[in-house]
Write a protein that binds this ligand. Structure first.
Ligand SMILES: Nc1ncnc2c1ncn2[C@@H]1O[C@H](COP(=O)(O)OP(=O)(O)OP(=O)(O)O)[C@@H](O)[C@H]1O
Length: 285
């Protein structure tokens, strides 16, 4: 493990009698994209919140490099290089794209010591240089002056991604980053994520678009019922019997709309769905 890898060790989170995350361990190494998949209710969002610091675990640890960050606030984690994007972009709607990014660049860690884009913190001029470079590198320079609140979803998601990059992360946690993107935007986004990982950033990608996850990640963790049921290379996890049974039971590997319980159906305890028997004939009316 290098200096800024993110690791979870034996994380547990309970809500009353329900264990949403049960003894989950995970490595998110630098220079790689790590995926997290699972059906609705599997515990992905809860685990994500434990990593960002929005939620506190009932057991286990979160480590950034050698440092135990389990009890640190989200802001403190962010200053140490653990940066997240949000399902609902966290931009100031009345500010321009450029000003939104400038706020993020100026709030970056003071102790940043190089890395992404090779720039160091040196006040506003440096912040502007970071914004210029991120806008150029994401080909967003032409919307620098646009007011964020007026942008369509695809552009907003890219600007949210740019905002996170302006904080110059070592670890980037992406929560449903491709939601609302069309196919071309998703392709463009995937290529960008790969480039950022190649620059040495550790990336965790949580998305309902399992095809996107399998296409872009180096390794993937599959959760069901609060537990990791499979981990490893995409092909290994895709062919894991438990993963196959869960997703085959819920339709194709699996969009949000196809992974909901069937009409009138009830989610089984801890979200585990047994494979559904396939009828040989249409059901009698
Ligand atoms: N604040 C909460 N209070 C009580 N139960 C919760 C809370 N947050 C999550 N849960 C429960 O914990 C379990 C895991 O939920 P979580 O949202 O982490 O799953 P998920 O994999 O992110 O699901 P989805 O894909 O639908 O977002 C679910 O059974 C959920 O109902």
């Amino acid at each position: 493990m290098s200096r800024n890898d993110l690791r979870a060790r034996d994380l547990v989170r309970r809500y009353g009698g329900l264990t949403a995350v049960e003894n989950v361990s995970m490595d998110v190494p630098r220079g790689q994209i790590t995926g997290l998949i699972g059906p609705n209710g599997a515990g992905k969002s809860t685990l994500f919140s434990l990593l960002t610091g929005v939620e506190q675990p009932d057991g286990g640890k979160v480590l950034l490099g050698q440092r135990d960050i389990t009890r640190m606030s989200p802001d403190a984690r962010s200053r140490r290089g653990l940066v997240q994007t949000f399902q609902v972009p966290s931009l100031f709607p009345s500010l321009t794209v450029g000003d939104n990014l400038l706020v993020a660049a100026e709030n970056r860690r003071r102790d940043y010591a190089g890395g992404l884009l090779g720039l160091k913190a040196r006040g506003r001029a440096s912040a502007l240089a970071v914004v210029d470079e991120v806008l150029d590198s994401l080909e967003l320079a032409d919307i620098r002056g646009a007011v964020a609140g007026t942008l369509p979803t695809g552009a907003l998601r890219l600007v949210e991604f740019a905002r996170a990059l302006c904080a110059r992360p070592d670890v980037l946690l992406l929560d449903e980053p491709a939601s609302g993107l069309d196919a071309a935007e998703t392709d463009r986004f995937s290529a960008l994520v790969r480039r950022i990982a190649d620059d040495g950033v550790a990336i965790l990608l949580v998305d309902h678009d399992v095809d996107l996850v399998f296409a872009v990640v180096d390794q993937v963790y599959a959760m069901v019922g609060g537990r990791v049921v499979a981990e490893g290379a995409p092909d290994v996890v895709r062919n894991d019997p438990t993963v196959r049974s869960v997703y085959l039971a819920q339709g194709p590997l699996a969009s949000k709309s196809t992974s909901a319980p069937p009409p009138g159906g009830v989610s089984p305890p801890n979200g585990v769905s047994p494979p559904l028997p396939q009828p040989a004939f249409p059901a009698a009316r």
